[in-house]
Design a protein around this ligand. Sequence first.
Ligand code: C5P
Length: 238
Amino acid sequence: MTGPAEVPVVAIDGPGGSGKGTIARAVARALGWHMLDSGALYRLVGLAATRQGVALDDGGTLAGVAHGLDVVFDPLGGEEGRTLLAGVDVTAELRNETAGRAASLVAAVPAVRAALVGRQRAFRRLPGLVADGRDMGSVIFPDARLKVFLTASVEERALRRYKQLKQKGIDVNLPALSKDMAERDRRDAERAVAPLRPSPDARILDSTGLGIAAVVVQVLDWADEAYPGLARREGPEA
Ligand code: C5P
């Protein structure tokens, strides 16, 4: 089961810092569709496990943490929404690099991935879903009629992430960030389950040197092609 097949899905996958989150959010807004930030689920598992004192490689216990995640995504809280873990606002904490690293560790555990499948597919609701992650097109929504693999050079991705974190007042250092990003890319690409790689039917979009608006317009054009008449829009808000 991949969720109600009549509900259209645009899957946007790619490495960290490729701009997936920003693009997916803008595309969802332009289409008036729902949005799944699947990375947030892995970040939440990492955070919940850390809080509960569960080791990040303890597969069996982590799967239980993933199954039992008490999370609320409140779309009305702030510009990008608010995330509550067991009733506590963890929106800012989720975005920091510690949470990113923890996410990439727990994401390599097959039982954790399995535990999150149903939760992710439940986001597939009318009028449509834009799903952002690493395996949206390959594993979670293999029948999506539009799969985009968004990428950019590692230098540009590190710089984007650097600016994003700085803007949020999070103190970071660019060389350390680049190194960490390359390491995380490697772990995501080499893991045995759902490794990060484009599905054969994905459209590759290299956003190096492209602005957000240009990327959003391209994805919206493809969405129109994939779902004629369904992906109607007034125009991108990017
Ligand atoms: O996209 P984001 O940076 O929030 O993802 C954090 C980590 O979660 C990634 O480095 C990756 O290891 C993992 N992830 C995943 N599958 C997804 C989304 C995220 O393995 N669909």
